[in-house]
Write a protein that binds this ligand. Sequence first.
Ligand code: HPA
Ligand code: ZN
Length: 338
Amino acid sequence: MSFDKVAFIRGMPKAELHLHIEGTLEPEMMMDLAKRNQVQLPYENVDEVRKAYQFGSLQDFLDLYYAGMSVLKTERDFFDLTYAYLTRMHQENTRHVEIFFDPQGHTERGIAFDTVLDGISAALEKAQKEFGITSRVIMCFLRHLSEDSAFETLNHACRCKSRIFGIGLDSSEKGNPPSKFSRVYRAAREEGFAPVAHAGEEGPSSYVCEALDDLKVLRIDHGNRALEDPALVKRIAQEKIPLTVCPLSNKRLQVCPDLTQHPLRKMLDAELIVTINSDDPSYFGGYLTDNFLAIADALALDRKALETLGRNAFVASFLSDRDKQKALDEFNAFTSRF
Ligand code: HPA
Ligand code: ZN
């Protein structure tokens, strides 16, 4: 019998490592929360929100992404947002998630850091109890803001170490190189946070080098443009630095408008530890399974490649060695059964 790619992707136990929780805000919830919190939006209905999702660049998207966030105000809002994502992930056989959040996107508009983290954490706890989904929280610094603002945000994280596992770097990449945050990252590493950073999405391959050299990241988020530098590719392979790749995001943000041209194939050929992720699923037209289906189709990925991508997500995760092995055993049991 021929290999049923769709059934394999849907059924496989999955992990997601690159997901901005604010990017899971569906237009329906955006309208509901706007009403609940009496926030004025420039849209009359859900269709108008969806119609606005035409992006020419990362910045086009970010403008809408920050505007959308304005409806999130209370702990309950952050709980509802996170729990909706986790319910969806449970339906997709996702076993583990590592979630980014952007505290400065909220504190800058007067929402307390603890309101945001309390809501997210409560949903993660509930999903672990109900669905058995494990998680890690990664707090991102907005790179278009100052080093001072990042330090202030790090101080909040230091009060909440039991609930924040890592730190990340997101927002407008061009003109905001990783080196801008070298000192913040050094302080965060000394406090025990696991460092990751977005690099090489729109920015040049030299930003990926900086993320490795200056920020000492354990994973690169995106990393597409690293492929422009063969020596860097070799290094990423040798040092086993995972890349969290987001196909539908790359397509929608014009990083790679045609997925048949996506660098994932070259990444796999270079034996990089690449993973598939959704980034901001509400804005980019698909959750984790949709991303797997889209890239599998565009690049005609075979069973071996899909197994590698599925397994990599657990290998590259921040699970403890013991939990990682358990998850991989479960993954291997699925593949030998299928
Ligand atoms: N890139 C940079 N910053 C972001 C993204 C992204 O894809 N999503 C949310 N913030
Ligand atoms: Zn991202």
